[in-house]
Design a binder for this molecule. Structure first.
Ligand SMILES: [Ca+2]
Length: 501
């Protein structure tokens, strides 16, 4: 009897165990299905490409069929801006979803990444995503001094195919493809060799229209086309493995083209970014969005797409409502950006600090240190193409070497001359932002309004420049081991920055 009872108890316990096991497996299956339904996230980011130079944005010379496809089958943003027109702070802002001026060391080029700032790839990894990086992630700079083992954009993989093979079954992935195109240096004449003709090029009015400049622009196009082909290969892989449609694909850039008055400036050529997003299950294709968005909006977008909540410290706002509803958001009528230190190109390694607000009609800039040289100290003016400051790019040479000629002098001043404390451009009359109307009385009211809006936003987002602490940015360490104004030596850091963080 006792044995029968014991037997029945054992059988009872076994039955309960079986039920528990079944429940556990069901829970796992449900969790697995939930994980399956989350989208993969693929960010493809060019290095130094401006908004204009993509087919879907109106360029008739540069061939970008992949970008055009993503734009056509998804959403093309016509007013997307980086947080700062410089690789490191732009990428840091994108990864953290915060305005670059909130990132301490990370606000500068060749800086250290402070590990206290959360980045979306880590948050997605914690939520079960398989995360990887190919190419240029956050940087240039040093993330190891901040305590990280791998780049904030993800652990590095040889290529996308290798990464895809490493994704565990049932797990969504998050991948960052950071091309080094179209960053300088260029192979001279590559654009012409690839079949382009220099007569085809439209030279923006802030550059001299010479053969050398045209050829330089074609070399830049050659590299954008290579970036576009690389992205095309990745999409093909996703298509072949049946994963394309459940992948949120983003194609963009980190800052504008590396030409005078482009990269490292807060004019549109430095800050206006290509941005196309494709995600068929949630986003109807063929849409063009005019709302103003920032690349800081991407991190909260990715988190929301993965059913996570954006962090409270993120100043960017998810683009999902715009993407899924197709309705314009009246609050997205402006965007803010700026810059601190780009290359080490001024005495004492100081920055050229700018903060800016861009609306559909106006660009308003505040230059906090107008006595400094915006593009770097003469004679090198090295901020435009920092590690080429010795020989310079053909376009920079065209401006610098002929700066004493009357027709080029104006362009030289635009690119390298000192600037007043305030600049205001009326884009309805001046799309290339070459006629500063800040001192014209008819714009007094507009200027005051934009000034106040910029102030308000800087205070709200705790910009050190808003509370008189802007000099902090100049004291952050400059991890420069490529060049620095041609010196090629690490720059001495301020004493408090010499210690390990
Ligand atoms: Ca860049």
């Amino acid at each position: 009897m006792a044995q029968q009872l014991a037997g029945s108890k054992t059988r009872g316990a076994t039955g309960i165990l079986r039920v528990l096991c079944l429940l556990f497996l069901c829970a796992l299956a449900i969790a697995g299905r939930a994980a399956d339904s989350r989208p993969n996230i693929l960010l493809c980011i060019a290095d130094d490409a401006s908004w204009w130079h993509f087919g879907a944005n109106g360029d008739t010379v540069c061939r970008t069929p992949t970008f055009d496809r993503v734009a056509r089958e998804g959403v093309n943003f016509r007013h997307a801006f980086c947080s700062s027109p410089s690789c490191t702070p732009s990428r840091g802002a994108l990864l953290s979803g915060q305005d670059f001026w909130r990132l301490e060391d990370g606000a500068n080029l060749w800086s250290r990444w402070p590990s206290k700032f959360a980045v979306y790839p880590d948050l997605l990894a914690k939520a079960g995503y398989h995360v990887g990086l190919k190419g240029k992630g956050w940087g240039p700079g040093d993330f190891k001094q901040g305590g990280r083992e791998h780049n904030p954009a993800g652990p590095a993989y040889k290529d996308f195919a290798t990464f895809l093979k490493s994704v565990p079954p049932g797990k969504p992935f998050c991948f960052w493809f950071g091309s080094q195109d179209p960053h300088r240096p260029y192979e001279r004449g590559a654009g012409v060799k690839s079949g382009h003709r220099i007569e085809e090029v439209t030279v923006p009015p802030f550059l001299p229209d010479t053969k050398a400049v045209r050829s330089d622009i074609l070399d830049y196009y050659f590299e954008i086309e290579r970036f576009d082909r690389d992205v095309g290969e990745m999409l093909k892989l996703l298509e072949q493995t049946g994963q394309l449609d459940n992948t949120l694909v983003v194609v963009s850039s980190d800052n504008g083209f590396p030409f005078p008055r482009g990269k490292a400036t807060c004019y549109d050529a430095g800050t206006r970014m290509p941005l196309a997003i494709r995600w068929p299950p949630r986003v109807k294709g063929g849409k063009v969005v005019e709302d103003f968005v920032s690349l800081t909006d991407l991190a909260p977008t990715f988190l929301e797409a993965a059913a996570l909540k954006p962090l409270p410290e993120m100043t960017g706002r998810s683009l999902l409502p715009l993407l899924t509803s197709g309705k314009s958001d009246p609050a997205r009528d402006k965007v803010f950006f700026g810059r601190e230190r780009h290359a080490n190109v001024r005495a004492s390694n100081v920055a050229y600090p700018i903060r800016a607000i861009r609306t559909s009609q106006f660009l308003y800039l505040r230059n906090f240190e107008p006595d400094r040289w915006p593009a770097g100290d003469p004679p090198l003016y090295g901020d435009v193409d920092e590690h080429l400051s010795i020989d310079g790019s053909p376009s920079k040479q065209a401006v610098v070497e002929h700066g004493d000629k009357p027709d080029v002098k104006r362009l030289f001043d635009f690119a390298f001359g000192k600037r007043p404390a305030e600049e205001l451009y009326d884009l309805s009359r001046d799309p290339w932002q070459m006629n500063n109307v800040a001192t014209e009385s008819r714009y007094t009211e507009t200027k005051a309004k934009l000034h106040a809006e910029l102030d308000r936003y800087m205070i709200e987002t705790k910009d050190p420049r808003a509370s008189g602490k802007g000099a902090e940015f100049d004291r952050y360490y400059y991890v420069n081991y490529v060049t620095g104004n041609g010196a090629g030596k690490p720059v001495e850091a301020a004493p408090r920055n010499r210690a390990k963080p």
